[in-house]
Design a protein around this ligand. Sequence first.
Ligand SMILES: [Zn+2]
Ligand SMILES: [Zn+2]
Length: 354
Amino acid sequence: MNNTYITNAAKMVEQLSRFTSFVQQADGQTGFISFRDSTGFLGREEDYKSRIAEEARKELKFNSWSESWIGTGKIAECARGAIHKSGNLVNKNQQIDFKNRLDPNNAKFRPEAERVLYDIYRNALCDEATAFANAVKVFGAKYDTIAYLFFIKDDSRFLPISPGHFDKGFAALEIDYTTSFKCGWENYLGFIEIIKEIRAVMEDLLPMQGTPRLIDAHSFVWVIQEKRFISWVPDPERSVQIERTAEKYMQGVISGSGGRRSVTLSTFVRSAEVVKETKRRANGICQLCNRPAPFIDKKGNPYLEVHHIIWLSRGGEDNTENTVALCPNCHVRMHVLDKPEDVEKLKLPGTRRG
Ligand SMILES: [Zn+2]
Ligand SMILES: [Zn+2]
């Protein structure tokens, strides 16, 4: 896959690691995280979205619609019931506006709104791209509303959106993509594509129970832009753990030990190259204590761990200028003691050349 939206693998794993730790702290556990366990933080706070989709579909009953309903107000009634179930997936003003536009007693009512809804749900008269464009014409560029209509049609393919919030979440992952004031089919597909990429990385790296759904990856982006997540200051021990996990995620990508299948996004392939090159350069010798690797791994290579001299969580880059290969002891020492003189030693060009 060449055309990827995730261009900074280090940022991605750092946020995933921080997210994992944030959830584990909220749950008072250290193991698996789950979106579907109603007793856990994620299940409690985020899983309502899939329930909304289910409830809203019951209101819509779109499989029972017939073309002859267009213009009768029957479709409008179903859709008003569905938007009523949207909770916080559609902002309040858009909910009210949508209900008004579909109220036959309201001056804003336009019969063609029912044709648009018929097009979205039944695809009989036009494709989804055209249905989306027509929805913009009839309802206005109401991104929350239109995305919601698609989401409740099929939540395995479509997602709700809250443009301002997702723009912030993407920025936190250094993903260069904006959705604010960009309500349109192409933009929407790009948005979904990004969430798909994130889901693939989550599936590969996170200690999760079950396969993450599209809506779970969506929830991850949502959580990381929330104030409580951004302002969260982990205690020093947890900070070390977050950094170590991020480094482990990076290395899991190539060894395959961290995940169920290997992430093929080109940005992770680049990171894998950094790990490979760092180990090659060290040539089996720890770059802090200068002793040989403590053992040879199953593949016959000296066992060393790749460390970022400036931590990823402190803005360090994932390139060979910022990495060294260390024995496990020295690696723990770097994180636990965090001594400036050790850092200085690793920064010496001679050290890194191996
Ligand atoms: Zn060492
Ligand atoms: Zn490290």
